[in-house]
Design a protein around this ligand. Sequence first.
Ligand code: ATP
Ligand code: MG
Length: 419
Amino acid sequence: MPAQISTLTIGSELLDGRVADTNTIYIAQKLQDYSIEVNKRVSVVDSINDIHRAFDYLFKDSEVVIVSGGLGPTSDDLTREAVSLYFQKPLLFDQHLLDGLKAKYAARKRVFDAVNEKQAYIPQGSSAVPNNVGAAPGFITTSEKKTVICLPGVPRELHSMFDETVLPYLLKKFDLGAEKQYRSFFKIFGLAESVIGARIESLMLSDKISVSYRAKFPEVHLSLKSLAPLDEISAQVRSVIGAEFIYSEDRDANLPRVVHDLLIADKKTIAIAESCTGGLIGKLLTENDGASQFYLGALSPYSNEIKNKLLGVSADTLSKHGAVSHQCAQEMAANVRRMFHSSLGISVSGIAGSSGASSGKPVGTFFIGFSSETGTRSYKFFFLSSRDLIRTYAGFKALEVVRRALKKLPPPPDGEVRD
Ligand code: ATP
Ligand code: MG
């Protein structure tokens, strides 16, 4: 049976609906790779009494409780005091921690207020968990068969502290180095979850392999878990799904990042003309460090007049075919590429709704133009949904068109292509 731990997340915002407890989710997901399970999660407000009652409950079934939140400097941050009282270990001042805190403030040119000194106190005998992202250090306190690991509530800080210190600590504590589970990830774009599900079912995998699906719009993430190596099964999965739909097998990958890396590897530059996505593609392509190596910029002409005047889409195209057309998408992509002197030009024009539909062009219709030194082509897609989701889908579809072009894969099969 896997080792059992539990989480205790502290803060009134977690109970009144302002903030979802993503910290437990993060921890539980990270532990998926190992033989450690989160068996219970509890959230309480900042109250010493409630924290103690939660400890009583959680320590019944697990030796380790990971606590998040309430480590800040203010009077409503009570985690330190609660742990100190529960374990009957007084809070002791640690000069080393104070020096570290002061150095962080100095590096950020912020005044160190005396109220922050509270963060240099940890229960006697605890070991500190370094915080390389924010100020407050965490700490690990153990007494007999009970261990609490206290981390700040700020997700970014908790993530890095969990990865760097807590996970290695848990693996050592539970003596788990060798028992790693085998996992495979498939990040898929362009197929519905139900279609993927049916294809996987056709493989009739052994029930020793656990299969899970996660629809993260507009993608689907599939993961397999097993105690035996998964290479052979993974090959079957690739072939039954269609390798071209799997944009990555790296658990932390995302489509914008994959396209980012491909553009850099191919030494390509790109310029964008986006209409109905209003800047989304530019946002996606500049999410990662180093985007300036390939991203030259975008124009977001929304009106026909601007499409014509700024981007040079011909008046004839606009009056004969309309802005939402193969012709317009092609001219937008080719013209922006020429204007920006980029190796690639990509464009989107569509009807995200709720108004704007015309005969033959219902809401959800969009065109993507793609231009490179070998020519310009366009794709017509249809995706009926809410305005927001249509726009998101169109933005990702544009990235997918670029990905497939750079990887020399066939274009997305749901698009009507015109050269
Ligand atoms: P700080 O020094 O910032 O006060 P802290 O350890 O006291 O850190 P909290 O004040 O509890 O942490 O939370 C800091 C931020 O992290 C808040 O914005 C809060 O909404 C968020 N947060 C707290 N707990 C969680 C959680 N379990 N999941 C996601 N976000 C959380
Ligand atoms: Mg706080």
